[in-house]
Design a binder for this molecule. Structure first.
Ligand code: IDC
Length: 478
């Protein structure tokens, strides 16, 4: 308990320090130094969903997300990347026995996403250890109480939950085999998916909780070497996929800095490690609305988080990807909150995957039958997917349906860069019922663009420029 109060105190102090630093208006946020890049050196910005919360309780470990829903997600939300929940308990139901049928089911879903060009992060999920994630044989609460309350995060305050993590992290010496089993299971996962073109990468551990250890000591002495072992194990199987590392739960979700890393990526060439923290606004979660004067407090929590994660990503030398953020669309102002978070990510040129896609969930963009729900329009926003240079910023303006992208060619090396630049944007078809118009500056001779209205994909080709480039999209009037 004391630890949690200390965490909250630290967050408020950090918030106050930022408040002074920012002043009343707040300066523009600087993007992180590194980006995820494709084979031709373009910076990639990914958007998509977590799929999905319903997998936690499913007997087969799979979300109910049929191909038609994936097609809808691609068309209406423009997803390019999803974070698919996978569970150690389904991978290794008994010690040393790996369930190949489960891996096949996961592979089939990865294939279904690949049909629509959507990459998949295999997210080794768990919550509270006792709620979902590990197999029963890896949960040792020693008879202490562990509950999953309605406000599930409060389960972290129960002694059985903390004891179970202490056993896993070898904080006590009674079950040293558990972490080794986990490492082996991740290795089996990587062996299965090493050549699978639909797999973008592996998220090593969802929101690791320190148990009884102080957060900073846990991140430095336990989590960092654990991640490094997992990275080394994955790289023996799979040299090319991205590896996503998360900070310890829960303070980082609110904007506290992490102490994990640095990590060594033993693959040949550029490292492929992504810093993938989550964002949940503490002031939002305390009152569950985004309106009135309280909005300013929530906005501050967004800015605090953004400044912290850019610094952490830069310290790790890693690109940034927001692995979870979300809220119920029953919360007043939820749509405006999503727009605000997205605008912040636009400033950073950072990707995000929203929590989560399960249609029965009020957090999801979908109605229970899978049709568009009240959250869809908030989540469907234009973005630049592939940028042949250094993203400087992008801005989507809903009322006038304007989108602008600024980037600079030059300082960030683009190894395979070709004679022409190709920019890829995604524009929600529902924003542009009569089509789009595009402006490019500078506009060298031969530049051209094509918009595929049904899918929202816009491709722009232009001879390369040195220096800044600005692309603007406007609606064609009715
Ligand atoms: C939540 C689900 C909720 C479920 C709970 C525990 O929305 O229905 O009861 O998990 O299984 C996270 C976690 C993510 C949470 C999400 C929202 O990674 O699993 O899902 N969240 O609370 N961290 C912070 C928030």
């Amino acid at each position: 308990m004391q630890q949690h109060l200390r965490m909250l105190g630290a967050m408020l102090r950090a918030g106050a320090a930022h408040l002074t630093a920012l002043g009343p208006t707040g300066a523009r946020l600087a993007p992180p130094a590194r980006h995820i890049r494709d084979a031709t050196g373009r910076a990639l910005v990914h958007r998509g969903m977590n799929t999905g919360n319903d997998a936690k309780g499913a007997a087969d470990g799979m979300p109910a997300y049929p191909p038609a829903q994936i097609a809808r997600e691609r068309t209406l939300l423009g997803s390019s990347l999803v974070r698919l929940l996978v569970f150690w308990k389904h991978l290794e139901p008994e010690p040393g026995r790996y369930d190949r049928a489960y891996l096949d089911r996961v592979a089939a879903l990865v294939d279904a996403y690949a049909v629509h060009g959507i990459g998949v992060i295999l997210d080794l999920h768990q919550d509270l250890w006792v709620d979902n994630g590990p197999p029963a044989w890896a949960i040792h609460t020693d008879g202490l109480a562990s509950v999953v309350p309605d406000a599930w995060e409060l389960g972290y305050l129960t002694p059985g939950v903390n004891r179970a993590y202490d056993h896993f992290w070898r904080t006590n010496a009674e079950h040293p085999e558990l972490m080794s089993h986990y490492e082996q299971a991740v290795s089996v996962l990587a062996e299965r998916f090493r050549d699978h073109p639909g797999v973008f990468g592996y998220d090593l551990f969802n929101e690791p909780w320190p148990g009884s250890l102080p957060v900073h000591r846990f991140e430095r002495d336990v989590l960092t070497p654990f991640y490094q072992r997992l990275i080394d194990r994955i790289r023996r199987e799979d040299r090319d996929s991205w590896i996503l590392v998360e900070p310890a739960a829960l303070g980082a979700n609110w904007g506290l800095p992490t102490r994990i890393g640095p990590f060594r990526d033993p693959r040949p060439g550029e490292p492929r490690i992504v810093y993938a923290p989550h964002f949940y606004s503490l002031p939002h979660d305390l009152r569950r609305h985004y309106r009135g004067p309280w909005k300013r407090v929530i906005d501050l929590s967004i800015r605090l988080w953004a400044r912290t994660v850019v610094r952490d990503a830069d310290r790790l030398g890693a690109p940034l990807l927001l692995g979870e953020y979300g809220l119920s669309f029953d919360d007043p102002g939820a749509g405006a909150f999503v727009a605000r978070v997205q605008a912040t990510l636009d400033d950073l040129g950072a990707g995000s995957v929203y929590w989560n896609a399960t249609p029965a969930d009020s957090w999801s963009p979908w109605a229970p039958d899978g049709a568009p729900g009240p959250g869809l329009d908030a989540l469907a926003r234009p973005y630049a997917r592939a940028i042949p240079g250094v993203p400087v910023g992008m801005r989507a303006e809903r009322t006038r349906r304007l989108f602008r992208l600024q980037y600079a060619a030059g300082s960030d090396p683009a190894p395979g860069a070709s004679a022409e630049e190709t920019v890829e944007l995604w524009l929600p078809p529902r924003w542009y019922p009569h089509g789009v118009d595009v402006a490019c500056s500078p506009a060298p001779e031969g530049w051209r663009w094509h918009w595929d209205a049904p899918t929202g994909s816009l491709t722009l080709h232009a001879p390369p420029v040195v220096g800044p480039r600005l692309i603007r999209v406007m609606p064609v009037p009715a």
